[in-house]
Each structure stands twice: as structure tokens, then as C-alpha cells.
Design a binder for this molecule. Structure first.
Ligand SMILES: [Zn+2]
Length: 274
């Protein structure tokens, strides 16, 4: 749940650039659609992030195949141009999925799925580097079937501020600690965006994924200081608290975990020393 901004315009290849270096068998089909695809991309930019309002353009079966394969079977030249574009994101955003801030981002997600919107298969703002688990969870979903509301934050513009919206609660037990995550009501985000954050959080299964990561982190922290004098354990916990946000996204699972530990420091310490 992190805004990663847009790619540097100077490094964004145009559809014409990409069509020109696509596989020769697709080149003519792509070039013939340049006008329609260009117009669709202008509309995408005009309504972004609310791109779920867009309808797909009309394409023949062979045009659709050419557009989808231009990405799925992309040439080495297209891969190079897209890699150069992705490299213009800030360094901190290059290796961490903006949807979850949990895992690295080896996949390039189509925010509007190319199976449903082939015209955006190569549109820069529609291409978001995300992790494989988020990509799998997101699949071809765009909006709620019942309400029509958008399901996911668009990381090129949302969340619209960097206030912490993710919080955690802790429950200590003899055998371990239970951590559960939720979206804070008082996050300062506009109401509609706050509701969107909740849908994003829920649809990507982030509570369960963050909880597993946090519980495993705390268990290994406890194991690493087992048998140490109480004073050392207390000092180590204080150090962890004071450095927990360094280099981490505000809405990462770890800063949220430590925001929950601060008011529960005594209970956390007792659990670590038990
Ligand atoms: Zn992710």
C-alpha cells in the first residue's frame, strides 16, 4: 500500500516505438491500431486512478491477439525498453511490491488486465511492478461485481498521502504471539479512498499475509535472545523499537507491528523473557 509515482516521461516508450520493435509478424497489426490505442491511453490518463470506469475498445480477434502477444511474447527490444522505464522508479520502489510492501516485485502487473483490456497491454501507467503473490491474488479482478467500486489502489497515484493507515493489534500467548492487522479509521485519507484501501487490503489477503510474517519475525526475535539476561532483552527491544521505521514504508507490516508494540512494551518484554 504504497504510492510509487509515475515513470520518468523521458524513459516511457510510445506505443509506436514498441510496435516498431515488436516481432515482425505482429508489427503491421499493431501499427494499424495505433490511433485507437493512442485514444484509449489518453482516456486512461484522463480518468486515472478511476480506470475501472473505462470500457474496452472494440478489437477483432487477430488485433486482440497481436496486442496481448506484444506483451506476452515480447521481443528482446521491448523487454529492454520496459526495463529502462522501470529503472526510473526511485531505488526504494524498485525492489518492493507497492501493493503489499512484503515481497520483491519480479512480476509486471497489468493494473487493467490485458485479457480484458488488450489495448493497455503496453501502456506504461498500466504496468506496475508487483510481487507474485499479489499478482496471483489480483488475477483479472478490477471492480466489485456487486457495487462496481474499484478493488485496488493504483500505485502510481495512491495512497494520496504517506500517513500510516495500517495498524496492528497484539495478543500474547504462552506458545506464541498473535498479530492481526487492520486499516485505521483515523488515517486522514479521504473517506472514499479509505474505503478503497480496505477493499485492497481485504482482496489481497493482507491481514493473513502480514500476520504470518509478523508472527514468524517475533518468534525468531525471541529465539535469537533466548537465555540472555533480562536487561539485555529489554535493551534489544528498545533498539528494535527506535529503529523499526528506518528505511521502511510507513504502511509496511514491520512499522505497523512496532507501532502496536510501543503501547504494549511491558507485555512484549514479559513475553520475550518468558
Ligand atoms: Zn505484493
Amino acid at each position: 500500500m504504497r504510492c510509487i509515482g509515475a515513470y520518468d516521461d523521458a524513459a516511457v516508450p510510445s506505443f509506436a516505438d514498441l510496435a516498431a520493435v515488436s516481432a515482425p509478424s505482429r508489427r503491421a497489426a499493431l501499427k494499424s491500431m495505433q490511433k485507437e490505442v493512442g485514444a484509449a491511453c489518453v482516456k486512461y490518463e484522463a480518468v486515472c486512478p478511476d480506470v475501472h470506469q473505462l470500457g474496452a475498445i472494440a478489437t477483432t480477434a487477430s488485433e486482440r491477439t497481436a496486442l496481448i502477444e506484444a506483451y506476452d511474447k515480447r521481443s528482446a527490444a521491448i523487454k529492454r525498453l520496459l526495463a529502462k522505464m522501470i529503472d526510473t522508479l526511485p531505488a526504494a520502489d524498485l525492489d518492493l511490491c507497492p501493493y503489499c510492501s512484503l515481497d520483491t516485485n519480479p512480476d509486471l502487473d497489468h493494473f487493467l488486465p490485458k485479457a480484458r483490456f488488450p489495448e493497455f497491454s503496453l501502456h506504461s501507467r498500466n504496468l506496475v511492478p508487483i510481487c507474485t503473490p499479489c499478482n496471483r491474488k489480483k488475477a483479472n479482478a478490477v471492480k466489485s461485481k456487486t457495487t462496481g467500486q474499484r478493488l485496488f489502489l493504483h500505485p502510481s497515484v495512491e495512497p494520496s498521502n504517506n500517513a500510516p493507515v495500517l495498524e496492528a493489534s497484539l495478543s500474547f500467548k504462552k506458545q506464541g504471539v498473535s498479530v492481526s492487522y487492520y486499516i485505521d479509521d483515523g488515517s486522514g485519507l479521504p473517506q472514499e479512498e479509505g474505503e478503497l484501501v480496505r477493499r485492497h487490503f481485504s482482496r489481497l489477503g493482507l491481514n493473513a499475509r502480514y500476520s504470518r510474517r509478523a508472527q514468524s519475525y517475533l518468534a525468531s526475535f525471541k529465539a535469537s535472545i533466548a537465555g540472555k539476561p533480562n536487561v539485555v532483552v529489554a535493551r534489544t527491544l528498545k533498539q528494535k523499537i527506535s529503529t523499526s521505521s528506518f528505511g521502511e514504508p510507513a504502511n509496511g507490516w514491520r512499522p505497523a507491528l512496532f507501532r502496536a508494540i510501543v503501547p504494549n512494551e511491558a507485555a512484549t518484554l514479559a513475553w520475550l523473557q518468558s
